[in-house]
Ligand binder design. Structure first.
Ligand code: GLN
Length: 239
């Protein structure tokens, strides 16, 4: 089955092109019923408030939440990561709607505005062990979010050093020197929680398809897991 790419706004074409380079068909998803025809879903980067308004207009939120709950693989890049987070930092009650499911708190514009966009080499040990090749990946950060906090079921795949005083007070260390302007800390920029993958950066804007391949493998591993779970041994009494 094809991989769905939420095509309301943002870099959905680039994701479809990256999938094509791997020989996989990506299909645009704009309506709730189109989710029935795809095995997994990518939520691209863009602008999460606009994307949320469009998702609301197309009545997509209930179907997206159901898709996540069913355990189907979903990958959010940048604004897509914000969409998947359970909580957006500093968001007031009744603020922008999120799909949720990923047990983390995300800071929507942690790295600043368009002018503070940057590229950097990230260290991602999981890419080297699962995809082969180097453990570095060129991260393209555009008005990028960062994950400030994750729940116990969330695996951190990559982080990035920042000055501690860039963090909101409650996320700085308890010691005075950990709060000084020279102290460094880290924010999380790639996470996985079972069927959910989130990256604060944009792999679809590079020629490197290892994250796409990682996501596709995640889907087949989950499939294997679920088919294993329903194998009933023939010797089981009563069957
Ligand atoms: N910070 C942006 C937002 O709030 C996301 C930026 C991106 O997807 N490149 O939506």
């Amino acid at each position: 089955m094809a991989v769905g790419v939420l095509a309301l706004q943002g870099s959905f074409n680039e994701h479809i092109a990256a999938l094509r380079r791997l020989g996989v068909m990506g299909v645009e998803v704009r309506k709730p019923e189109q989710l029935d025809g795809v095995a997994s879903l990518i939520i691209p980067g863009g602008e999460s408030t606009t994307m949320a308004k469009l998702a609301e207009y197309h009545n997509l939120f209930p179907a997206l939440r159901e898709f996540v709950k069913l355990g189907k693989p979903v990958w959010g890049t940048c604004a897509g990561l914000i969409f998947l987070a359970n909580k957006a930092y500093g968001q007031k009650e009744g603020g922008q709607e999120l799909v949720g499911g990923l047990d983390c708190t995300v800071h929507r514009n942690f790295f600043g505005s368009q002018l503070q966009s940057f590229e950097t080499e990230l260290v991602v040990p999981d890419l080297a062990s699962k995809e082969g090749g180097p453990e570095t990946f060129r991260g393209v950060f555009i008005r990028a979010p960062a994950v400030l906090e994750v729940g116990p079921g969330v695996e951190v795949l990559a982080d990035y050093p920042v000055l501690a005083n860039k963090l909101p007070d409650q996320y700085r260390g308890p010691e005075p020197d950990e709060q000084s302007s020279a102290a460094t800390s880290k924010v999380i920029v790639a996470v996985r929680q079972k069927n959910l993958l989130g990256t604060a950066f944009h792999p679809e804007l590079t020629a490197d398809t290892r994250w796409h391949s990682y996501f596709l493998k995640m889907g087949s591993e989950l499939d294997e897991g679920s088919s294993k779970a329903i194998i009933i041994p023939s010797t089981y009494p009563g069957f």
